[in-house]
Design a protein around this ligand. Sequence first.
Ligand code: HEC
Ligand code: HEC
Ligand code: HEC
Ligand code: HEC
Length: 450
Amino acid sequence: MTAGLLRRLTIATAAVAAYAAVASPAVRSADPAVPFADKDVHMGVATCAGSTCHGAVEAWPNSNILQNEYITWTRQDKHAKAYQVLLGQRSQRIAKNLGLEAAHKADICLDCHADNVPQARRHPTFQLSDGVGCEGCHGGAGRWIGTHISANATHQRNVENGLYPNANPVNRARLCLSCHFGDATRFVTHRIMGAGHPRMSFELDTFTAIQPAHHKVDADYRRRKGTWSGVQTWAVGQAMAISMMLDAMTDPKRGRDGAFPEFVFFDCYSCHRTMSGLKWAPRASVGLGPGIPRINDSNLLMVRIVLEHIDGGLAKTFAGNVLALHKASTEGHEAMIERARALRKTTDDLVRRFAQHTFGKDDVRALLNGVLAFGMSGEYVDYPGAEQAAMALSSIINALRDIGVIDKKQFDAMNAALEKCNATLDKDEEYKPQAFVQALSAFKATVPQF
Ligand code: HEC
Ligand code: HEC
Ligand code: HEC
Ligand code: HEC
């Protein structure tokens, strides 16, 4: 995540749409193909941008949807600039370092920075320079462009015609992470990062808010698309992230690089940090000694927090499996892969369970306590864990407001305290765990009894 993003987060949390705290899975499709791999014709952003369609300057007061989605995307959403970024200096340098002719001509970059579907799926109005356009997330509109505006259109029917079901957090997580972490077809390796690509981190609920979201979760939205709370979205996103990391780790193409494992599975800062100001400290959930690169376990930590609340027995097994994975990483590549495979076998079930769990007030309290407790027991020694904890708190604060547990004044006080936590994460390579934990304690003091 780029520096300053966590700072912007506090602004975004104040503006994000309200989510209700009950889950009623309305739309369920079994693993639909993400738009990049769908079979439909992609029409291009211009097709969606008409002023009576999604290109209204202001949100329409009497419409189901906002209708100004195009304006939000083009003015505020970085996806609209994702192709332009490939023309800039940083991308030129990355391309040069990798021996590519030009970043904006290389599939290895375009696959995530544009809607780079094959020619046969591009309508004449399609433009690659649109970057990650509407159909890069909503799916090729070839079959649904006509019908989704008809009077008897329903979300379910649109989905049957190829609209990607983003309202469901399981599908949304898979989509976002296919670019924000990578999948079997596109992946940012450590070599690409070594050439200058930024580190990537992701949290589904937070990133939905700061994109910013161009949908409003109100009664009408819930009726059309089902009800998912933000905290549930957070939990599902965490479980999906570990599934996708373990998929990559156990993929013979992505899992290793020469004599070494692929470094992106490890905490960047276990290798990249200053050598003065020693910061190593043991961590119970990792169980390794000093001088060993640690697998990036930030999502594993968050998943454990959810599990400890909803299924103590499973949480224990899970923690044991995670410890075994860390240990195996010090023994050999095969040992690590074997452990990763074993853990992967359990993660689809976690995604399912989190998607079926109803996250009410008591759940939110337990998760909040879990996130804070890990801070007090020294689990945020490593940067990525601290970063995920901060994003979790942002999701949780929103949930507390949406459930009606905190009023505006309490919300603002908690957000201000969270901003101080985020400030300690600004300089990633100089991250000081004590400063983060201190800010966490101050945050804790702003949490009201509920
Ligand atoms: C697996 C998907 C993926 C691939 C492949 C990929 N990128 Fe990215 N790139 C991203 C994402 C996601 C971000 C935003 C990361 C963030 O801010 O959290 C990003 C960010 C960037 C940025 C920083 C943008 C900014 O606003 O500061 C540059 C520059 C960049 N990528 C260039 C490239 C180039 C050049 C290539 C090809 C060599 C490439 N990327 C390949 C997904 C990808
Ligand atoms: C980075 C991914 C992404 C991009 C790019 C994107 N969207 Fe969305 N969009 C979403 C997500 C996530 C949602 C919320 C889930 C849902 O309701 O499907 C959403 C929701 C919507 C909704 C539904 C609102 C409702 O109340 O049902 C509309 C309409 C929409 N987007 C239009 C657009 C248009 C038009 C564009 C291009 C200008 C666009 N989107 C670009 C991810 C994206
Ligand atoms: C086709 C690939 C792709 C998909 C799918 C995608 N993104 Fe992105 N996203 C990118 C790229 C590339 C960037 C960097 C763009 C730039 O900096 O110009 C980015 C940037 C972002 C940023 C800005 C991060 C920052 O550092 O400011 C957010 C937030 C974001 N994406 C959220 C999402 C969410 C939420 C979803 C799923 C609904 C999603 N993205 C789906 C490729 C994708
Ligand atoms: C196991 C150790 C290790 C891990 C983990 C690791 N790296 Fe590296 N990184 C290296 C080594 C070794 C180099 C090559 C240094 C050189 O070229 O002199 C390198 C080089 C780089 C460079 C280029 C630095 C330069 O001076 O040009 C960047 C950027 C980078 N890594 C980013 C990352 C990111 C982001 C992550 C986490 C996703 C990460 N690294 C994880 C060991 C690691």
